[in-house]
Design a protein around this ligand. Structure first.
Ligand code: PAF
Length: 286
């Protein structure tokens, strides 16, 4: 496994792999790899002939009061996990390498970027799309892999690919969870033991929403209200940013559940102590 720090070198390597006819997979990450990331690597390995993983804590997707500085960084750990999984290249650029000293151009994400997580993290998806587009341009992968835990991110990236006519397949992969249902996230490290227990409530409440729909409740506004109320009562949950039931493709708000076969995204973001956690499930109407 080779570690590449320079953008030009990464471009040259991937161009030569493409010329040789390899199917190129990209797993973009911010490092601190856990089983969630490794599941993306495993799927990518099964579908691609060469695999590049980027590790870059992207400053432009963090707000001024967010956790950019304290975001977990563990390159040694990442290196040994990646080599074990058979990653071919790690792309590890510096901030300077990616953005230089006079960076001016960003991807503007319209409505999709200002709902849900975008409401409390203005500019977040602009930063995500900008860095992802840059990675796509540098590496030119055939396929890129993202986790469904960041459901809104996947929808927005798919839309960017469609709108900007990019030739890369976006593959979204299931959320990997702890035994009690907590979705794996690098930010789980911030939780105290007590907060960690409360964090499992996110997945329970998502499933409760599914049970209510399964039990015949069609008024989604009512379910949103009940689940938001339940989450607010959980010890250590300081704030519920949102609990939403939306169309799973367009992310449009839904007032009522519809016909059999319809898929509804149940998604939430809450503050457990000082840590903002997100999670979601897809509910299929039977
Ligand atoms: O999901 C992430 O880890 C990041 O948002 C991504 C896609 C690597 C862009 O920085």
């Amino acid at each position: 496994m080779k570690v590449v720090k320079k953008l030009n070198e990464m471009s040259k390597i991937s161009s030569s792999l493409i010329t040789k006819g390899f199917v190129l997979g990209l797993v973009p990450t911010m490092g601190d790899l856990h089983e969630g990331h490794l599941s993306l690597v495993r799927l990518a390995k099964s579908q691609c002939q060469k695999l590049i993983m980027s590790i870059f804590v992207n400053p432009t997707q963090f707000g001024p009061r967010e956790d950019f500085k304290k975001y977990p960084r563990d390159f040694e750990g990442d290196y040994s996990k990646a080599i074990k999984e058979g990653v071919d290249y790690i792309f590890l650029p510096t901030d300077e390498e990616m953005y230089g000293t006079d960076y001016k151009t960003f991807v503007e994400v319209s409505k999709l970027g200002s709902i849900m997580c975008g409401r409390s993290r203005p500019g977040h998806f602009k930063g995500v799309c900008t860095v992802v587009l840059k990675l796509f341009n540098i590496i030119k992968p055939n396929r890129a892999y993202f986790g469904q835990k960041d459901y809104q991110q996947v929808v927005i990236i798919k839309k960017m690919v469609e709108d900007l006519n990019l030739s890369v397949d976006i593959v979204s992969c299931p959320t990997i969870r702890e035994k009690d249902g907590l979705a794996l996230s690098s930010r789980n490290k911030y939780l105290s033991t007590e907060e960690r227990k409360s964090a499992a409530e996110l997945y329970r409440q998502l499933n409760l929403a599914a049970e209510m729909i399964g039990g015949g409740e069609r008024d989604l506004g009512k379910i949103e209200k009940i689940i938001t109320g339940n989450l607010k009562k959980v010890k250590h949950i300081k704030k519920v940013d949102y609990f939403n039931l939306r169309d799973n493709v367009s992310l449009k708000e839904l007032k009522h559940a519809g016909v059999s076969g319809q898929k509804i995204l149940a998604a939430t973001a809450v503050w457990v102590g000082g840590t903002r956690l997100i999670d979601n499930i897809i509910i299929k109407i039977e």
